[in-house]
Design a protein around this ligand. Structure first.
Ligand code: FAD
Length: 504
């Protein structure tokens, strides 16, 4: 498929314009500047009058790589963003009311060869092992004791993978400081008109309300759900996924800091949605995500306010959304990054990661000699699969449930699933095996924990788990459980760790 716009397409990229200065805009500007500062000029336009969405406080471990690549000092970053450590998400009431499980960033057990740990655990479980799968996971053990420390080890058995909770507005500010220092030009103003080339349809410039024109060769649309460039100007359509993820509203509120901050996010399921609790060092982030067909705003507000563990410090904010993605995330000379590229509810804290992976993908395919359709197509294919695998992982939490307290949970059980997800669930249920997709950011251990946590117990395990004689298997399980306890002696209560490490 050849793009008709060959004249502009072959123009070398000398100037990149980032439209929007939320988390997406500043992450994009900071990373592009770091890698491409010798090749291109970068200008970011944002409007303080419009502001940012201002939620988005929980992350997944690859954020560490992003920060490290930028040369961010972890202690300084945690201090500046009021950050805490995140080892897992605790899901309460998701399978059924009163039931809880953790999706940790760790991996239960150890590599025993032939097949994954869960097969050995399943066989041992059949033989009478009483420990749960999670008892073999250091992240879970740390969450249970509310402790953390950085363990210096090369042995994967002792690793404690982690991510962060942070104030996303402060993170944006922090990245802005770094990006501007590195040479990114920031322009304040409201984008009022967008000029396109009559022949190619490529964007040529953004016109601000004060008359300033900002020209560029490549535009990164980080204008949030407005999607000013990709949707409003280039007309790329939005693919609506509310048939699979019907939640369409969030109410967010900040509350006072807890006496003790937990090293994990809480996700508490309610009648027609779920509530998040994210602990920061100075306050908590809270909110409820729900579907307005099943729950009114007033009921949602009552549920949220009735389940806050500390007093509110600001007014409740309502955010409406439609789950889905733009059909193309790169079109002509515009790449949509952040909320302009789509929205998936924050159940698994994936939006900031999607920003990171979009920028990294763009860097891999960066069109410095001119925009090529082959790069656009590859970019779009990869982003589509990535979005879809995350969507499926989120749907999994809803569809496998045993709740009988509302039509919402009943209807979620009856969803017609995408083939790939249905197959993944069926295979796990029947033979205990998990298959990976190349672009799935959630690896086997994540799928395993959520499938088992939501109540799927495989009917079988891999025959390779029969390699060990019965007693040897039980001895091996006991040894692994003991090994997993070993790093616990080095752990500190989470707040003590933050205080010692960060100094706040
Ligand atoms: P925004 O923050 O909306 O930024 C848009 C920018 O564009 C702003 O600077 C704005 O001023 C500018 N702009 C718009 N129009 C114009 C114009 N005409 N002229 C000039 N400038 C303009 N993600 C996670 O990873 N973890 C979470 O825990 C999480 N929780 C969430 C909870 C909720 C309820 C919601 C809604 C989202 C959550 N997210 C989470 C997603 C996360 O908030 C976003 O991915 C992230 O903040 C990026 O937003 P953004 O930069 O794309 O958009």
């Amino acid at each position: 498929m050849q793009d008709s716009s060959t004249s502009t397409a072959h123009k070398p990229i000398k100037k990149v314009v980032v439209a929007g200065g939320g988390t997406a805009g500043w992450m994009a500007a900071a990373l592009l500047q770091k890698v491409l500062h010798k090749e291109v000029e970068i200008e970011l336009v944002e409007s303080e009058d419009i502001g940012i969405v201002g939620v988005g406080e929980a992350t997944i471990p690859p954020i560490q790589t992003f920060n490290q690549f930028l040369g961010v000092d972890e202690k300084e970053f945690l201090r500046e963003t009021n950050g805490t450590i995140k080892l897992a998400i605790k899901f309460d009431n998701w399978k059924k009311q009163g039931d809880s499980y953790f999706h940790t960033f760790g991996a239960p057990g150890a590599n025993l060869g032939f097949c994954n740990f869960q097969h050995y655990w399943l066989r041992a479980h059949h033989q009478g092992l009483t420990q749960s799968l999670w008892d073999f996971d250091i992240n879970y053990l740390c969450c249970k004791s509310e402790v953390f420390n950085k363990i210096n080890t090369q042995n994967p058995v002792y690793e404690v993978p982690y991510a962060y909770h942070f104030d996303s507005a402060l993170y944006g500010r922090y990245l802005r400081k770094r990006a501007e220092k590195g040479g990114v030009k920031r322009t304040e103003g409201i984008i009022e008109h967008i000029q396109t080339d009559n022949e190619t349809g490529y964007i040529q410039s953004l016109q601000l309300s004060n008359g300033t024109q900002i020209q560029g060769d490549l535009f990164i649309d980080c204008t949030g759900t407005r999607a000013l460039l990709i949707q409003q100007t280039l007309g790329v359509e939005y693919e609506d996924w509310s048939n699979l993820l019907p939640a369409n509203t969030a109410l967010a509120v900040q509350t006072e800091r807890f006496d003790k901050t937990l090293p994990y996010t809480r996700s508490i399921a309610h009648k027609a949605g779920w509530q998040w609790r994210i602990p920061l060092t100075h306050r908590n982030g809270n909110g409820i995500v729900f579907c307005s067909d099943y729950l009114s705003d007033e009921e949602a507000e009552q549920t949220l306010l009735g389940n806050l563990a500390s007093a509110p410090v600001n007014d409740l904010r309502k955010i409406s959304f439609k789950t889905g993605r733009t059909q193309k995330q790169w079109h002509k000379n515009v790449i949509a990054v952040g909320l302009s590229s789509g929205f998936l509810e924050p159940l698994e804290s994936t939006s900031i990661h999607l920003i990171q992976s979009a920028i990294v993908r763009l860097l891999k395919l960066f069109p410095h000699q001119g925009i090529k359709q082959s790069a656009i197509d590859l970019y779009n294919e990869e982003s589509k699969v990535e979005y879809e695998t995350i969507r499926d992982f989120i749907v999994l939490h809803y569809v496998v449930n045993e709740r009988d307290d509302s039509d919402f949970w009943h209807d979620m059980r009856a969803l017609k699933l995408p083939h790939r997800l249905q197959q993944k669930i069926d295979v796990f249920k029947e033979v205990g095996t998990i298959f990976n997709d190349q672009h799935d950011i959630f690896r086997d251990a994540s799928w395993l924990q959520v499938m088992m946590g939501q109540g799927i117990m495989p009917q079988d395990y891999h025959p390779a788990a029969n390699v060990l004689p019965e007693q040897q298997l039980m001895d091996t399980m006991a040894k692994i459980a003991t090994a997993k306890q070993q790093p616990m002696t080095q752990m500190l209560p989470h707040d003590e760790f933050i205080k010692k490490y960060v100094g706040v």
